[in-house]
Design a protein around this ligand. Sequence first.
Ligand code: GLV
Ligand code: MN
Ligand code: MN
Length: 420
Amino acid sequence: MREDWHDAISRVDMDRLWQRHVEMARIGAIAGNGVNRPAFSKEDIEARKLLLGWARVRNFGVAMDAIGNLFIRRPGTDPDAAPVMSGSHMDTQPRGGRFDGIYGVLAALEALEAIDRAGVKTRRPIELVAWSNEEGGRFQPCTMGSAVYTGAKALEDFLSATDNDGIVLRDALGQTLAATPGLGERALAAPAAPAAAYLEAHIEQGPRLEREHKTIGVVTGIQGLRWFNVEVFGESAHAGTTPVGARKDALREAIAAIDALRDLTQDPSDTTRFTVGRMLVTPNSPNSVASHVLFSVDIRHPDLATIDRLGKGVEPTVRRAVGRCTVKVTPTLHDDPCAFDSMVIDCVERAANALGIPNLRMPSGASHDAMYMSRVCPTGMIFVPCERGISHNEAENAAPEDLVSGARALTSVLLELAGS
Ligand code: GLV
Ligand code: MN
Ligand code: MN
C-alpha cells in the first residue's frame, strides 16, 4: 500500500470517533441509552449543527440541497472529477439507538479528517453525505433524501407527508433549511451520475458478524421491500349500547386484515419479513367503536419474484378480510432487491484483507440509502457488528474497536476510489 495512504489510515482515531458518537447521542437522548432524533426535528437540526461545526474546523466545504441532504466535501486535485461519496443518516427511530445511521456519517467524517491530517491528495473530491429522513419513523416513507437526490422520486411527492401530530413535512423541512442559513441551496443533482461511487458504513443490525466472529461485513446487496398504508373506514358507535352485529368496527376488521396478511406472508424458512409497526386508531377511546384505523405494512424478501407476488397480494388479501367496513390500500414504497457493484465489493474485501480485518460477504436485511445510490453509481457497504444484533432499540450497542476497524476499511476504499 502507498505510504501516504497507510499514514492516513493509521490516523483514523478510535477515541475521536467514539467521542463523537457520545456527543451525538446526547442530542435526543432517551432513557435506556437510546436516542430519539426524528427527521427535521429540533434534535435533527442540532445534530446537523454539531456535524457542520466539526467540518468547518477542518475547512471542508459544506452544502445542503432542497430536501436537506447535507454535504461535506474535501476537494480533489481534478476540479472536473465527480466525487466519491460516503455517508448515512442522522435521524433515528422513535426509540432508536446510538449507532444506526450516525455511525456511517461519523465514519465518513473520520475518513475525511484522517486523509486531511495526513495531507493526502486525491484526484476526486471525497464527499460526506448525511441523508435526510432515512428512517421514515416520523414522516413516511423512509430513505427520502436519497430517493430525491437520485431522481427516483420528486421532492414534491413528499412535501405533504404528515407526522402523527399533524405537522406537514413541508413546514418541518422549511424550518430545518432555515436553521442553517448561509449554506446556500445546492441544486438537486441530475439523476445521471451524481457521484463516481458511493460507499456507506453501517452497523449490521443483525447477529451474523458477532456469531461468526467477523469484524466486517462486505455487503453484496439489499433485499426487496414493499410498504403500504392500509386504512379501514368504519363507524363510531357506543360500546355499551350498539349490538355487535350492527357495528362497522374498523379496529376489529383491521385486526382481521392483519391476520390475513400474516397468512399471506407465512414462510417456514423465515426469509419473508412481515411487520405492522404503526397503527392510528380513531377516535381511540375505550368505549367508542373505532371509526377509522390506519396501519402500516412492511414486507421484505431478497427474491424479486417473491416480493413482487407478496406485494401484489396485499390489497386483495385485505379486501377479502374486511367485511362491513370499507378499505383503502396505498402503496408507499416499492424497492426491488438490489445487487451492489462487483468492483466496489471486491475493493471492500481487498481492503479488509489487507488490513487484517476478519470479514465475510453478506446481504443486507435492512434498507439503506445505498439502495437508491446503487441505481446511479457503483455502490457498496461496509457492515460492522452490533451487540447481539439488536437495533431499532435503545439497547443498540457496538464496540469502539469494531467501529474503528470499519472506519479504517472505509478510509482505505475511499482513497482507492478517489485515486491520485
Ligand atoms: C431502515 O431502517 C429500514 O427500514 O430497514
Ligand atoms: Mn440506518
Ligand atoms: Mn434504521
